[in-house]
Design a binder for this molecule. Structure first.
Ligand code: ADP
Length: 225
């Protein structure tokens, strides 16, 4: 198992009240899976991804990532797991505007302290996502679809244990969304990259091999195809 939530609960304070975003969720992702967390807005998808992505800690229950129990890690160790073992793709791409495509991808390696063969790794990752001729462009000189390809390259370049994508097609038109999804499927099938998405887009769900449905902070279905 690459990552696992075991009876994970997340409660957020809201003034005098509390919001229970996850009610005790147990789910695991295996190496090589292409899984979607589906469900309406507010169902707990982002909260679950944030826990698995080591961006947040559960209120109770356990989170295991890449064979490590997150509870046992210091904040610094958790940061290192996040930098080296997890790739993130966001709906708004989150590229650094003043850096070129290549520099954005390189930054991920630098932050992870993975300094060996950086230039070659960056070039290979950008070629793999179809951006061979766009390496020196800045985000403002790229379309949304191309920016998301840079973000995919930035996630893949570390060869992480898992790539977490929070609504990755939400800001793309349908043609670009399909192309981006197909690219991630290809990276999954040919490179063995493990993907975990959140979405409420039926087109994304159609392309997933496994759909975990959340509702009101609970898993209501887990379908494999
Ligand atoms: P989804 O990704 O499915 O839209 P979320 O995980 O973002 O769902 O949210 C689940 C619930 O937790 C919602 O009711 C949301 O309002 C609440 N929530 C999420 N993050 C916070 C936060 N930082 N503070 C307070 N409430 C939050």
């Amino acid at each position: 198992m690459i990552c696992e939530l075991v009876d994970a609960k997340k409660v957020y304070p809201m003034g005098d009240l509390e919001v229970t975003a996850l009610k005790g969720v147990t789910v695991g992702v295996q190496a090589g899976e292409f899984t979607v967390f589906a469900g309406p807005s507010g169902s707990g998808k982002s909260t679950a991804l944030n826990l698995i992505g080591c961006l947040d800690r559960p209120s109770s229950g356990r989170v295991k990532v890449d064979g490590r129990d997150v509870e046992a890690l210091s904040d610094a160790e958790l940061g290192a797991v996040r930098a080296r073992r997890i790739g993130f793709i966001f709906q708004s791409f989150n590229l650094v505007p003043v850096l070129t495509a290549a520099e954005n991808v390189d930054l991920a390696l630098r932050l992870a302290g993975m300094n060996e063969g950086r230039k070659e790794k960056v070039e290979q990752a950008l070629v793999e996502v179809g951006l061979k001729d766009y390496m020196t462009r800045r985000p403002s000189q790229l379309s949304g679809g191309q920016q998301q390809r840079v973000a995919i390259a930035r996630a893949l370049v570390k060869k992480p244990a898992i790539i977490i994508a929070d609504e990755p097609t939400a800001n793309l038109d349908s043609a670009n969304a399909v192309a981006i999804l197909d690219l991630m499927r290809e990276m999954n099938e040919h490179n063995g990259a493990t993907f975990l998405f959140s979405t409420h887009d039926p087109m994304v769900m159609e392309r997933a091999r496994r759909v975990v449905r959340l509702k009101d902070g609970e898993i209501v279905a887990d379908e494999r195809r």
